[in-house]
Each structure stands twice: as C-alpha cells, then as structure tokens.
Design a protein around this ligand. Structure first.
Ligand SMILES: N[C@@H](Cc1ccc(O)cc1)C(=O)O
Length: 548
C-alpha cells in the first residue's frame, strides 16, 4: 500500500495560476461559495466521524501534532520522550506546519469528492452537477486572519471566524442537494465519534505548571471553558466560549510583555527595519547573531493566538496546549494563516541572501521531537516527518515546501500572474512587491505605524536566581518612579507598564528579555530619553544587575 502521499490539490491549478486559499470570513457565508461551504462542512464532519484507529481519521491527523505520542504513517520509535512530531521553538516551525496543513487540506478534499460522487451527484439534476464539481475542484482550505479586524454589526473587531461561531450550522441536505438542514458544526468543536474519552485512544493529560489538565477525559474540544472540579463534567464534554476568545484577541495580553495591538505587531513582521532574515522571522529560538530589533517573529505571534483562542488561567481549552492544540478544528485555519504569513514574507524577501537557513551560523540545535533528537541541528534538509511526498516513504524537507505554489495553492496577496503586475507585457517584480506592501498596510496598519522604525526596544539581562530560587515577576515601567511607589492597585494594571517577565527556573542563570515600547501611539506612554535612566535606577540593585 505504501505511505500516504501528500500531494496537495492539483485540480484548478495551471502552470501560471493557482486557486486561492481565501480569508475564511470572505468565504463563509458568501453565497457565491455556498456549495463549497456545504461540501467542506460535510467533509469535516465525515472526517471527524471516522474511527480514531483509522490512519486518515480526524483523531489520528490531529494526533500527529502532539499527544498521543505514537508514530503516524511510519514505523518508528521516539527520538525524544514525551514529544509529538511538531517542531516549535525551531527554524523548522513554519516549514513543518506547511505539509501538515497541506495534509489536512488534501484529505479534506478527498472526503469532499467522495461525498460528492457517492452521495449527491447522482441525486442532482444534470444542470447543477457542474456547479458542484467546480466547487469541489477549486476548494482550498480558508485561512483565519486573526490580525484583520472584522465587521460585526456596527463595530470592527478582532474575532473568531463566523464559520466557527455557533454549535449548529446550516448546510445543503445530501439527500437532494437543494434543501437545507442544520447539523452539529464541525468547526465549533471536535467531538469523539464513538463518545469515548480521547484518552481511550492515547491522548494524555497535560502538565501545565502545577496542574495536570485532564485532556485524556475530554470527549469534545473546548475554548475558554472554566475548569473547576465541580464543572468538570461539562468541560469534558467540550465547551466553547467564542466571546471570551474574541475579547482576548482584542485586549492582547502578550505573555512576554509587548503591548502593541495584534494588527500592528503583525505588520511589523514584514518591515525590513525589524526582520532581515528567515531565521529571525521564523522562530522564537534565540540566536545571538540576531540584531536587537529582530526580537519579533512569526512563531511568537502565533503562540499568543493559540493561547487567546484556547484560554488562559482557570479557563482551559485545547488550543492553548501544544500536545492537544490540533484537536480543535480552528487549529488548521489558524495555521493556514501562519502559512500565508510565511509565504508573504518569502515573496517579499525572495531576492535576499538570508531568505532561507542555509548558513551554518543561523542553524540551531533542535529541542527534540518524536523524530528529531534533542540537539540535532535543524537544516533545510531535515526530514519533516511523518509527512511523505510519495508512496515510497520519501519525507518532505523544508526545501521541498519552500515554493508553496508547487503544492497547488496561493493566497489573495500572492498572485504574481495578474495583468496589473505586467509592464510592457513582462512581469515586473517591483510592482508586485510594492502591491503586497500596500495590501499589508491596508490590512494591518494604522497611521501610528508610520513611526515603526522609531520604536524603542530595551534589552534587559538579569539573574534568574537573584532571589535564591524564589519565583518572582519583573515589571518594567517607563515613567516617574515616585508614581509607582504610590500606586495602590496591582502593578500589572499600571498604565505605564511596558513589559513583564516571569523567570521560570531553567539551566541558564541569566534571563534576557526585550522590553518593547512603541513610539508615538499615545502621548502618556511616549518614551522620553531622559526617563530611561529612571528605569535603570529602578531595576539596578534589586535584582542583581541591569544592562542595556
Ligand atoms: N502555549 C504555548 C502556545 C502554543 C500552543 C499550542 C501550540 O500548538 C503551539 C504554541 C505558549 O504559550 O508558548
């Protein structure tokens, strides 16, 4: 039988142009794509209903990412204990997730075709068949652009996709392909097909700080569900509070202290003043060769979106925890957007010498996954296991997925084939990249962002064990020291707070944080050079040293 070949979707793609993965809210509920919505929602439901022991079931595909810790589509044992396949805090982060999203997209479309051929096509009148066929052929997984504010009534707000909002959703009835029925929404949550707990097939509890979160007992996935012993029954069933998720996106509590809105943070990912190389762009992994402005990266923003979608503190949801995040169906639309940002950055930096990670001083040791030994150096040829390109067990590598268009899709911003980029009949690269930049600015930037290069970044280094191993939190303020002393409310509520860091005991005795301050959004927060020395005084001595 061979290995499962992740081919991507070929239908609808030509040598010149590729069907687009669309922003999910512009796809659903737009009537133009109505047939596609139904096909996709049915396909996802059928996929979720496949038995957890099947290789191409939703359960098994979601399980590739983290828990259960077991091989998929190969016969291997763990190179690193208690790790799944996903690569995080690694240069491979965007590359590994590219074939993963492609796998989900390819399998979804296969199911969607099966439904069309086996269930509906025979029941459809002749003149409707072409519409259904075209809808299936041009299907590509939509992405959730969480950094783009959405129109909701009279307001423009950050929000989860409309398709993931409600427990029930309307689709075409497969019996006739024309009337409508309501079904349980497979984008709202994943529920185990046989009603057994996820632990029956291997999902384990997750240790987070002092607590073991009982994901093994989940029957359905959750977002922002209050977890307390007395509410555990409904938590196990899977509870979703999308309002809380939207609120978290809007208030954006970056866990390492940066305080820009999500859209502006995202915009900065694409500014050459900030990020000059793929290694800076791709990952949270710290590399001493980076210059101080390169603190921002795709993985960091993505991490926060995971936590804001899943929930934090006493609210627990699957998206927050790496081992189980992919069980929430919103995961794949989130990662589709991560893939889009990766592709946009690639298109903008195609001509740069540092647009990949071939240089040895940029390559870094991996933290270890199911298939990568801890300490192994990540390179563009590291196998992206367990994803295979063919039935002969050939693994994907980062080099294989560098050109995303080879895999049958592109994104709205990335259509180099459009006539508007031609000058005297030939493709003009400058027109293309300038247009991408204009689109990014329109999507994410507000007038303040013009000041982006004037942002102030303060690098701080301090001793992790300054208090003899007792945990503590550091708060960074800009402003008058006296005001702080007099402040009665908890420090984290102070308007001049510019960053915070909680040193978690690890081997390294030093912690490096980047306190970041945006210039010129708000006059009360404006950085004034004279006050910098006060920050220095406020921290020096108390925690054992401070350096810029
Ligand atoms: N919880 C992770 C974020 C994360 C969650 C799930 C993922 O799959 C990946 C990253 C963090 O805070 O860093």
């Amino acid at each position: 039988m061979g290995t499962y070949a992740i081919t991507g979707i070929k239908a609808g793609a030509t040598t010149d142009s590729k069907p687009l993965r669309l922003e999910v809210d512009s796809w659903y509920p737009t009537t133009k794509y109505e047939v596609q919505h139904s096909l996709f929602l049915w396909a996802l439901r059928f996929l979720q209903n496949r038995h957890p022991s099947e290789k191409l079931s939703y359960y098994k595909i979601a399980g590739i990412h983290g828990s259960p810790y077991e091989p998929w589509d190969e016969d291997t044992s763990a190179k690193t204990e208690d790790e799944g396949y996903c690569t995080h805090d690694s240069l491979l982060f965007p590359c590994w997730h590219r074939p993963y999203v492609l796998l989900f997209e390819t399998v979804s479309q296969q199911v969607l075709y099966e439904i069309m051929e086996n269930e509906v096509i025979t029941k459809l009148p002749e003149n409707r068949r072409k519409v259904w066929h075209d809808a299936a052929a041009t299907f590509r997984l939509p992405y959730w652009d969480w950094a783009e504010k959405k129109q909701r009534g009279d307001s423009v707000v950050y929000d989860v996709p409309l398709i993931a909002k409600h427990a029930r959703i309307e689709v075409y009835n497969l019996k006739d392909g024309s009337t409508k029925v309501m079904i349980d929404n497979p984008m709202y949550k994943f529920t185990m097909p046989d009603g057994l707990v996820m632990g029956s097939y291997g999902v384990e509890d997750v240790e987070d700080g002092t607590m073991a979160i009982p994901f093994s007992k989940s029957v359905g996935t959750s977002r922002w569900a209050l977890y307390e012993p007395e509410s555990s029954q409904s938590w196990e069933e899977g509870e979703v509070d999308n309002e809380m998720a939207a609120n978290a996106l809007a208030t954006h509590k970056w866990y390492k202290g940066e305080n820009l809105p999500l859209a502006e943070m995202t915009y900065r990912l694409f500014l050459p003043e900030y990020i000059k190389s793929f290694a800076q762009f791709a990952t949270t992994k710290y590399n001493t060769v980076h210059d101080p402005t390169g603190y921002l990266n795709l993985e960091f923003i993505h991490n926060n979106v995971h936590n804001w979608t899943g929930g934090t503190d006493k609210y627990i949801g699957h998206m927050t925890e790496v081992p189980v995040a992919a069980f929430d169906p919103i995961f794949f639309m989130h990662h589709c957007n991560v893939d889009r940002q990766f592709a946009i950055w690639q298109a903008l930096n195609e001509d740069s010498a540092d647009n990949w990670f071939e240089r040895e001083d940029e390559q870094l040791p991996d933290n270890g996954t199911w298939s990568i030994e801890k300490g192994a150096i990540d390179t563009p040829d590291t196998p992206l296991a367990p994803f295979h390109k063919d039935t002969q067990a050939t693994y994907f590598t980062s080099n294989d997925v560098k050109d995303w268009m080879k895999w049958g899709y592109s994104y709205p911003e990335l259509q180099p084939w459009l006539p508007k980029y031609k000058q005297d009949g030939v493709f003009n690269k400058d027109l293309y990249t300038q247009d991408i930049r204009d689109q990014l600015q329109k999507l994410y930037s507000s007038p303040e962002v013009k000041h982006a290069p004037a942002d102030v970044i303060i690098n701080v280094e301090y001793k992790r064990f300054a208090l003899g191993g007792i945990p503590y939190t550091l708060y960074f303020f800009l402003g008058d020291e006296k005001e702080l002393v007099q402040y009665q409310e908890p420090l984290y509520t102070h308007p001049n707070l510019h960053g915070q860091d909680v040193p978690i005991p690890q081997d390294d005795p030093f912690v490096k944080v980047r306190v970041y301050h945006q210039a010129a959004t708000d006059s009360t927060h404006r950085f004034q050079p004279g006050r910098y020395s006060q920050l220095k005084r406020a921290t020096r001595g108390k925690v054992g040293g401070f350096s810029e």
